[in-house]
Design a protein around this ligand. Sequence first.
Ligand code: HEM
Length: 290
Amino acid sequence: MDAQKLSPLPPSPSAQLQDTYGPVFTVNLGSRRVVVLCGYQAVKEALVDQAEEFSGRGDIPAFSKDFNGHGVVFANGERWRQLRRFSLTTLRNFGMGKRSIEERIQEEAQCLVEEFQKTQEKIHQEIDVVIGRDRAPTAEDRGRMPYTDATLHEIQRFSDILPMSLPHTVTRDTRFRGYLIPQGTYVYPLLSTVHFDPEEHKDPETFAPERFLNENGSFRKQNAFLPFSAGKRVCLGEGLARMELFLFFTTILQHFTLSSPVDPQQLSLAPEVSNLGKVPPRYQLCLRQR
Ligand code: HEM
């Protein structure tokens, strides 16, 4: 599908709130006062520059019955510190960054390709098995594939799947941008307003992988790219998720050409649901073996 032809997103409600109230404001969610942070600068100043203070986790009522403050995502204090250290060590022992896990993801990606083929292109699968295919993509390839890397970054920026991140709390009374935020106050860093921050991204509502490339076509890092959040509570699975995204995406595209059965201009990119998670609308996709 030619992404450039897709129409841009409408402005988000969080951008409108920011326009009215500025980058730091308080909302009352029922009886709870919640500090909301908008835009790259405010989110970075809190999560990175004052990482310790903003490292508490607030609960999410829908999950609190199940987790009850347990588990690395919802724990706080010493329990969280130990769980986080333990989880990181476990992920490393599991083989993060080593070949074993990479091979497992590659296998999964190959299975997915075969699933697609089974249901849609049995003949293609036969051809594939008989003729074979080139080697599977590896994580190392990423560094030599700046356009693919840029496209994956832009997909993550644009799809913005956790627009409010997860709730934080301040671990002590905290001075922030002239405000005093009392210990325990809930803080929502709106990652959406980072990913669609007009100060950081030109035409943020437009899908454009080129924003992650410099003039000579090599990959350009963007500060305002925080799909995994930042600071002490940064997503624990970032490395694994990034490797999975790259291997799945490249494996699928190695085998198929994707296209839309309808004119891409007619497609809406606005999410079907946007609350804690953003759920994209359903699309029909045409996969053609290359
Ligand atoms: C594309 C995939 C993923 C995205 C976009 C994502 C994003 C996030 C975000 C935004 C947070 C909240 C960080 C904060 O509170 O500031 C988070 C937390 C977390 N994520 Fe992920 N995540 C992804 C995949 C994964 C995977 C694969 C794992 C497990 C291996 C994982 C494990 C965790 C854990 C344990 C936390 C809580 C960390 C803590 O509270 O200390 N995530 N993630």
